[in-house]
Design a protein around this ligand. Structure first.
Ligand code: SIN
Length: 285
């Protein structure tokens, strides 16, 4: 497992040979342009970055995220009128919670026409007895592991991602006056920076494959979701320590928050980066 030392002392240590890395030697609140360049390079390469021992106010958290693009507003604010800072997504699970946010494999709000580029989650104090880890899965590796006939079958297909499917998992139903994002995306997308093919379906949002009968569509999505969940080879697990920020490339990874710390609480704040282009289909070279 190699460590990469950039000239400015940013050290990147892979979490697994496939993806994910811990980054040391930088304070995100005061990163230099050279350190930011090193972080961006590491981000495209490793897809999930873990920064420990970071002191970050809300404004510093947002300022760091803005180095990657404009900030995203979650549809719970834009469509459901939730109160609070629209650039912050708060995850608050406690002993009285009925659900814990993100406790299923998903990418963030893939139901939007422009699903977010990145999410940056910060936890000051993880649960006192441990737990609350986040699992990640690499969707480039998951695509690569499919057999050639299945890859060829998926190329050219499009799927619908429906936010109402995700809301239903939290028992939220829209009022007649409310709408929520729904969008169609290629099943195999192309990473804008690396050009890699990405398997872009997830169990929380992807509702159907366009042009297939319901039984066919359900069977295909069940098969792909089981494939994504099945193999730890394209997964990694992040254990939170106090004052840790984890950022993930939302276009080519999925994540799953583990709720194993009942009756303790877990409080996290997420700042999300908007993508400025829609997912494009990967075209076989
Ligand atoms: C999420 O952003 O889906 C939640 C991830 C987590 O709480 O670990």
């Amino acid at each position: 497992m190699c460590k990469v030392n950039f000239a400015n002392e940013v050290t990147v240590t892979p979490l697994t040979p496939v993806f994910g890395a811990e980054v040391e030697g930088v304070q995100l609140a005061s990163a230099t342009p050279e350190q930011l360049d090193a972080i961006k390079e590491a981000f495209w390469q490793h897809k999930v970055l873990v920064f420990r021992n970071q002191t970050l106010s809300v404004e510093q958290h947002k300022a760091f995220a803005r180095h990657f693009g404009p900030l995203h507003v979650h549809p719970r604010y834009s469509h459901l009128g939730a109160p609070g800072d629209p650039e912050l997504f708060i995850i608050d699970t406690h002993a009285d919670s009925k659900y814990s946010n993100g406790e299923a494999w998903h990418s963030d709000v893939s139901c939007e026409p422009l699903p977010p580029l990145a999410s940056l989650l910060y936890i000051e104090q993880p649960p006192p007895d441990g737990g609350g880890d986040t699992l990640f899965a690499d969707m480039c590796e998951a695509f690569d592991a499919l057999s050639k006939p299945v890859k060829e079958w998926l190329l050219g297909l499009t799927a619908e991602h429906d936010g109402r499917k995700d809301l239903a998992a939290y028992n939220v139903r829209l009022k007649p006056s409310q709408t929520y994002p729904r969008a169609r995306h290629p099943i195999v997308t192309r990473h804008p920076e690396t050009g890699q093919p990405i398997l872009f379906v997830n169990g929380s949002f992807t509702s159907r494959v366009i042009g297939l009968a319901k039984a066919e569509s359900d069977a295909m999505l069940n098969m792909l979701c089981a494939h994504i969940e099945s193999n730890p080879r394209w997964q990694c697990r992040v254990r939170w320590s106090p004052n840790t920020l984890v950022m993930w490339d939302n276009r080519c990874t999925q994540h799953h928050a583990i709720w194993d710390y009942y009756p303790h609480a877990r409080h996290a704040r997420r700042v999300t980066v908007r993508c400025t282009e829609e997912p494009k289909a990967w075209l076989q070279p």
